[in-house]
Design a protein around this ligand. Structure first.
Ligand code: NAG
Ligand code: NAG
Ligand code: NAG
Ligand code: NAG
Ligand code: NAG
Ligand code: NAG
Ligand code: NAG
Ligand code: NAG
Ligand code: NAG
Length: 280
């Protein structure tokens, strides 16, 4: 992307700044981490919690299975048990996901150290851990939002096309089943502006909670993302992103086993070696 937008940017006085930011939001390594709000507290150096977290880090840096990009991990026993989940975008290869998880957990520990409950989002994956069972929980905090500072030339037209697309994607993702809740597609607004969008819930959420999460995320379209040509809404249970350039590859999406599993809890089919995924 970028090259087709150059004429527009050239007319802008802050060319270098705009271009740098635009490029950054689409291509460069991206990272955000946040501590859970309602004070979950900090752990201390050499505590059992830290050692259990180190166990999680080593599990996550060393995943052998793919599991459609989602992992449910835990380490240790109460009261210092650490629960973790990791989610990779639905169009990424097992290797890309592994690299992303390792990058994200490494950076999380560096940038948001000592938190008992932290969420981190990077270019195309999310890692979170907590001192409580977070599996199948719809969580709204901590959350953040990151936007491309360029505004749509006609925000109303852009947002209408975008909302239509996101509504469809939200339906598709939330009905995706217990293994993967991901959807991505493109549309064009009236003056032929391409819009690419992707949404994803952690697949442990049921359909209703996924749909709720994505509805919350879409409410940012009139807030943090208002009128922007690109934006990421980052929540602990779902993520939403749109851009005017393509950032996903649907050809790479690994097909789910058929018939698709229902969204009611059921054991995943036996992929090779699930031992690293099912924590306990
Ligand atoms: C936890 O540690 C972080 C990073 O050192 C610090 O910013 C935060 O204030 C601490 N929170 C508490 C409750 O001590
Ligand atoms: C990573 O997994 C390999 C087997 O795939 C194992 O031999 C090694 O001990 C593991 N390393 C860690 C740090 O868990
Ligand atoms: C994980 O990231 C660390 C730090 O960047 C790096 O040293 C290590 O080699 C990576 N491990 C894997 C398995 O990619
Ligand atoms: C939906 O999320 C709420 C809040 O985390 C949770 O209590 C509830 O069990 C979830 N529903 C299902 C069916 O998983
Ligand atoms: C984009 O629009 C917002 C209001 O929606 C405004 O605050 C901001 O200054 C605009 N940014 C640019 C670069 O024009
Ligand atoms: C949304 O789905 C409806 C029904 O399948 C379809 O007619 C419409 O074109 C879709 N809109 C977008 C923007 O994808
Ligand atoms: C837009 O999506 C359609 C499928 O919905 C795909 O066939 C087409 O190649 C996509 N266009 C671009 C530019 O990626
Ligand atoms: C999309 O994914 C397919 C399948 O992995 C790959 O062959 C193709 O090169 C990818 N396309 C792009 C533009 O990365
Ligand atoms: C996910 O991990 C939690 C904590 O170990 C465990 O209670 C739960 O059964 C796991 N769920 C699945 C489906 O593996």
């Amino acid at each position: 992307m970028g090259s087709s937008r150059l004429p527009i940017l050239l007319s802008c006085c802050s060319l270098l700044l705009s271009f740098a930011t635009l490029t950054l939001s689409a291509e460069d390594p991206y990272f955000e981490c946040r501590y859970a709000e309602e004070n979950k507290g900090n752990f201390t150096d050499k505590s059992t919690y830290q050692s259990n977290l180190n166990d999680i880090i080593s599990q996550l840096s060393n995943l052998t299975d793919f599991n459609y990009g989602f992992h449910n991990l835990s380490a240790g026993g109460n009261p210092d048990k650490v629960f973790a989940t990791a989610l990779c975008a639905g169009d990424k290869t097992p290797n890309e996901c592994r690299t992303c998880f390792n990058y994200t957990i490494t950076k999380l520990i560096d940038r948001c150290p000592w938190g008992k409950e932290v969420v981190a989002w990077s270019q195309f994956c999310m890692v979170r851990y907590a001192n409580r069972d977070i599996f199948a929980q719809l969580d709204s905090d901590p959350r953040t939002c990151a936007y491309n500072p360029t505004n749509a030339s006609n925000p109303d037209v852009f947002n209408l096309a975008l909302s239509n697309l996101l509504t469809n994607l939200s339906d598709e993702a939330s009905t995706g089943g217990a293994l993967r809740k991901y959807a991505a597609d493109n549309t064009t607004d009236d003056p032929q502006q391409m819009i690419f969008a992707a949404v994803q819930c952690t697949p442990d959420l049921n359909q209703e909670n996924c749909s709720l999460c994505l509805n919350f995320a879409m409410s940012e379209l009139s807030k943090c993302c208002a009128g922007r040509l690109g934006c990421r809404v980052l929540r602990p249970s779902c993520v939403l992103r749109f851009e005017t350039g393509s950032f996903f590859n649907l050809t790479a999406v690994v097909p789910l086993p058929s018939p698709p599993p229902s969204s009611t809890p059921s054991p995943p089919p036996p992929p090779p070696s699930t031992s690293a995924t099912i924590g306990g």
